[in-house]
Design a protein around this ligand. Structure first.
Ligand SMILES: Cc1ncc(COP(=O)(O)O)c(C=O)c1O
Length: 377
């Protein structure tokens, strides 16, 4: 398999001596991201403050995110984490007796369960769909569960534990056929594959910066379809959600157009600088090639795990999964440390170790990680 990303791989210093395969948790730090953080610190240290300049970088981060998902930057809101964004959206929805259903998968990230269950007090009824042994939920399960009482279908594009990849376009169609909304948690997919919210008719999509977006924790992005956003009045709000944040009118609660109405207070500017640099690097790549490369690495991971007799907790077909290949282990936190000592940075979650390469990883690193895992377990 040819490796097309040698030049970009050289931008990740850690890869000269460690195989970082933890993009499902935190990706490797690149030189441009490190420089963006330094640049923020220098502007603070040397100029005292630069609200205008920091604001420009935040807008650029929104624009880079929008480009990765085929949206416009005016349709992107920012908060510090996905949980906050989802909560804010949940509180902006109505759950009247005729339309109070929320359908979600049991494989979705726990935060999403917590956020939607927190809407029970406002009338919501949450239904969890079960998964199979490979951590997958088939489309028929969604079809059966979605009805004319469903308000929201919440889907993980790629499941955080098993790596199962859902067909979000198909679920959007099922949701819309019943006049329900689709909310996509794309934390494990944006930056690793092509996404087009317009083509797939996605209503809301969220993602944070430190996994496949190459940034650091502390900033997350939410796309809201323009005409939907115009109908929502978030209760979780603040001056950055106003038509003119600098009007400073304490009596005026007007909502900015589009997703910007979900912005609240002073944004996480330093995190935005890191996120912008990471996403600019991704946007300089051919995302079709990134997707293909990651799929090929999945094939290598699955085959190596099989040959070493490891118990795989992911779909066995690369097309049905994202980057992450999960393997069952006894004590995942201990194994994560042992793998790190052996030079492989992988991620423990519950009963599994996740090997999650990005575009900068090689076949040798992935196969090496599976071999090391087999030796350790
Ligand atoms: C798929 C997915 N969704 C949501 C989250 C949690 O997001 P946050 O911590 O930004 O609320 C994670 C964190 O690992 C995740 O993997």
């Amino acid at each position: 398999m040819t490796f097309s990303f040698a030049a970009e791989r050289a931008l990740f210093p850690i890869l000269t001596h460690k195989a970082q395969l933890s993009s499902c948790s935190q990706s490797a730090m690149s030189v441009p991201v490190s420089e963006a953080i330094q640049h923020y610190m220098a502007s603070w240290r040397n100029s005292g403050m630069d609200w205008v300049g920091w604001g420009v970088v935040l807008d650029q981060a929104k624009a880079e995110f929008a480009r990765l998902i085929g949206a416009a930057s005016a349709d992107i809101a920012v908060m510090s984490c996905v949980s906050d964004l989802a909560s804010s959206l949940g509180h902006a929805l109505e759950f009247g007796p005729e339309r109070n259903g929320i359908v979600m998968g049991e494989i979705d990230f726990p935060s999403l369960g917590h956020v939607w269950l927190a809407q029970q007090g406002r009338g919501a009824v949450v239904e969890f769909l079960s998964s199979d042994a490979q951590g997958a939920i088939d489309l028929e399960a969604y079809e059966r569960a979605i009805s004319d009482r469903t308000r929201l279908v919440s889907v993980s594009h790629v499941a955080y534990s098993s790596g199962f990849r859902q067909d979000i376009g198909a679920i959007a169609a099922l949701a819309h056929a019943q006049d329900a909304l689709i909310f996509v948690d794309a934390y494990q997919s944006v930056g690793a594959m092509r996404i087009d919210v317009v083509r797939d008719n996605i209503d809301v999509l969220v993602c944070g910066a430190q996994k496949f977006l190459l940034g650091c924790p502390g900033i997350a992005f939410m796309y809201v379809r323009r005409d939907l956003a115009q109908t929502l009045t978030p209760a979780n709000t603040g001056w950055f959600g106003r038509v003119n944040p600098f009007a400073f009118d304490v009596r005026q609660l007007d909502y900015a157009d589009g997703a910007r109405r979900f912005d609240t207070g002073t944004p996480p500017y330093i995190n935005a600088a890191a996120a912008k640099a990471g996403m600019a690097l991704l946007n300089s790549l051919d995302m079709a090639k990134v997707e293909t490369h990651i799929e090929q690495l999945s094939a290598v991971a699955l085959e190596a795990a099989r040959q070493h007799g490891l118990r795989i907790a992911s779909p066995l077909e690369p097309r049905l999964k994202g980057s992450n290949t999960a393997v069952y282990v006894e004590d995942s936190a201990k194994v994560e440390k042992q793998m790190a000592a052996a030079g492989f940075i992988v991620s423990a979650r519950g009963s599994v170790i996740r090997v999650a390469p990005h575009f900068y990883n090689t076949e040798q690193e992935v196969a090496g990680a599976m071999a090391a895992l087999a030796r350790i377990v």
